[in-house]
Design a protein around this ligand. Structure first.
Ligand code: GLU
Length: 278
């Protein structure tokens, strides 16, 4: 069986031990399976992405001893492709314009009459005249995936969505995400849409990423079904925590690969730090 996995960092800071763990886990898995490791630069957020962080990604990964294929995909170069995917969803009525601000959406969730576990946003398109009025006023909006429309489009298949991860087969529950924002007025994609699209386009068979994205798989499987894309196998790995027991952040310089290298640590030291990290 072919094995294609990827490491998909965002160039918004220097890579830290958590990224190293993710990258090494993917690299080692590809090696063990005689498979391929791809690198994808997830830089759709151009307000936060910086060329020097991208350059540092290449440098730090090479220092760690990783090898990846040279056809690196940089998401910011493919916005037109994501826009076309979004357009397809618009034409199929699977997304709707939501004019609520984040604060208003949170308030709508808080005041909704469903149970506490149900704290997600669900909505629908505004009546056409109201929508036209708001568009004429040039109001900002988000494109949200309509779970209601997705259910109608897929029928019983909606309730039979499955994926496999390291725990075995999992029944996907997209409802736990509510109507997720897939794009915004002047911005044709979110992380979810671009990531799902690219994984399929790049022929990724195994998505290996941190525990923090475990829940995202439930939404990604639905997007794959709606977009007629294959569902890869997922593997979620533990997160590397700092000495304070908290998740590492890109601003903790001591935990960045750069910081460790400056402190005289070797790539082997990084591997053993990771093996011993809580
Ligand atoms: N760009 C994401 C991150 O930096 C990775 C998401 C993924 O692996 O799907 O966390």
């Amino acid at each position: 069986m072919s094995f294609v996995t990827r490491f998909a960092p965002s160039p918004t800071g220097y890579l830290h031990l958590g990224h190293a763990y993710s990258a090494l886990t993917a690299f080692d898995a590809a090696r063990a399976a005689d498979g391929r490791l791809l690198l994808r630069i997830e830089d759709i957020d151009q307000r936060r992405a910086r060329p020097e962080f991208e350059a540092a990604i290449f440098e730090d990964l090479a220092w760690l001893g990783l090898e990846w294929e040279t056809n690196v995909r940089r998401q910011s170069e493919h916005m037109a492709a994501y826009e076309a995917v979004l357009q397809g969803l618009i034409e199929r009525g699977l997304v709707y314009r939501c004019f609520r601000t984040r604060k208003e959406a949170a308030e709508a969730i808080a005041s909704a009459p469903h149970g506490a576990s149900d704290d997600v946003f669900r909505g629908e398109a505004l009546p056409p005249d109201e929508e036209a009025e708001r568009l004429a006023r040039n109001e900002a909006f988000a494109w949200r995936l309509s779970l209601k429309k997705a259910r109608a489009a897929l029928g019983p298949a909606y309730f039979a969505l499955m994926f496999e991860d390291e725990t075995g087969p999992v029944r996907a529950e997209p409802d736990k995400h509510g109507d997720v924002v897939l794009a915004r007025k002047d911005f044709p994609t979110s992380y979810h849409l671009a990531s799902v699209w690219d994984d399929a386009l790049q022929g990724v068979t195994h998505v290996i990423r941190g525990e923090d994205l475990r829940e995202a798989a439930h939404l990604h499987v639905l997007l794959q079904k709606l977009l007629h894309l294959p569902t890869p196998r997922y593997q979620h790995h533990r997160l590397i925590l700092g000495p304070d027991g908290k998740r590492l952040a890109k601003r903790d310089h001591a935990a960045t690969l750069r910081g460790l290298r400056e402190a005289g640590r070797s790539p082997e030291d990084v591997r053993s730090l990771l093996a011993n990290a809580a």
